[in-house]
Design a protein around this ligand. Structure first.
Ligand code: AQP
Length: 329
């Protein structure tokens, strides 16, 4: 079985964007790949986190993966926490010494996030290298992702090729990003030119997987659209409405064409009401599962098994790489 790997940083409650670019893809692919699904808690600390809140978000993220349908009873599913495996940071250091400041400073996400902080951390600059280490440690061939992280997977590809060439062996598998056809960039509900983010400062701009029914309806009904009142999919000229159609498609399984036909006779109000209904139904079901999962012992059992399994694989890879660069005796 080829390997597939992804992680969602616990920097807040996961959003429907994270579901679309990350979790939903894992669920769709989990029967066909050996899947490495982890919680990148070390990525979350590139910006300041409250430690208690972070620990709560880690467990909550795992609860949500499972509640959405990630199946940890499959022997080919490995669920783990990044910081419980020291090889991620160790390999990251080696890869940092094979990366260039210029390529880090060109990363779109770094450029955007660094603008938000007067005094941003070195971790914010180098975290794509840690992400490369996350991927390369396990020889993952595929990395499900939204558009925003595609550039980081490309960096992982470049680093794998660079390292293999420099040390003249196939140390790393060169990974490929896997983007969903619809929903690779779920947009901010209030500023639809931007992507939806869990760390937004405006809670109206994102729908969180744990939002209650009232908030879901309110946020969808107040989503920014345009003055044309014509339901059509045109991401450049009608980003707000196109976003609502994408979200609808992701959560209903209907195609964009079917949705445009269904709503073309009405205004945006009908589309919004129907979309709110779909989201309430789907997210309520996820939340019911979530409550049961959070009270069970399943999370710790799965994380213990995943930690042990992935540490063994990572150790072997790291030792090989460490020897190649000449570290130690
Ligand atoms: N809006 C989005 N649409 C589609 N996919 C998205 N992803 C994130 N936002 C969207 C995908 O979700 C996965 C996990 O991402 P992450 O949590 O590790 O980091 P992120 O991309 O930085 O996500 P956020 O929500 O924007 O987090 P913050 O606010 O902390 O930076 C990835 O596959 C990502 O592409």
């Amino acid at each position: 079985m080829d390997r597939l790997l992804t992680g969602l940083q616990p920097s807040g409650c996961l959003t429907i964007g994270n579901y679309s670019g990350g979790i939903k893809q894992v669920i769709n692919y989990q029967a066909n790949y050996e899947t490495f699904l982890f919680v990148p808690d070390m990525h979350a600390t590139t910006v300041t986190q409250d430690p208690d809140e972070l620990r709560k978000n880690i467990k909550s993220a795992v609860g949500l993966y499972l509640a959405c349908g990630v199946d940890v009873t499959r022997p080919n599913m490995h669920l783990y926490i990044q910081s419980e495996n020291l090889y991620h940071a160790n390999l990251s250091w080696i890869l940092e010494c094979h990366s260039y400041y210029g390529e880090m400073a060109r990363m779109h996400q770094f450029k955007e996030k660094s603008k938000l902080h007067e005094n941003f951390t070195c971790g914010l600059v180098t975290y794509p290298v840690l992400m490369a280490a996350d991927i390369l440690l396990y020889d993952a061939k595929y990395v499900p992702t939204g558009i925003d992280q595609k550039q980081h997977v490309e960096l992982a590809r470049n680093l794998a090729i660079r390292f293999n060439n420099r040390y003249k062996d196939e140390f790393f598998v060169v990974p490929e990003p896997l983007l969903p056809t619809i929903g690779a960039k779920i947009r901010d509900l209030q500023e639809p030119t931007k992507k939806m983010s869990k760390s937004t400062t405006n809670p109206k701009s994102a729908i969180f997987l744990l939002d209650n029914e009232k908030d879901i309806r309110k946020k969808i009904m107040s989503a920014q659209t345009d003055s044309e009142a014509r339901v059509a999919f045109d991401e450049e000229n009608k980003p707000g409405v196109s976003n609502l159609l994408s979200i609808y498609s992701v959560f209903s399984g209907m195609s964009i064409e079917e949705l445009v036909e269904k709503f073309s006779g009405g205004g945006y109000g009908d589309l919004k009401k129907a979309l709110a209904e779909v989201l309430v139904e789907k997210l309520t079901a996820i939340q019911d599962n979530y409550s049961k999962i959070m009270q069970s012992g399943i999370i710790d059992d799965a994380l213990d098994a995943g930690r042990d399994y992935t540490n063994a694989i990572a150790k072997e890879k790291y030792e090989k790489v460490r020897r190649a660069v000449g570290y130690g005796r």
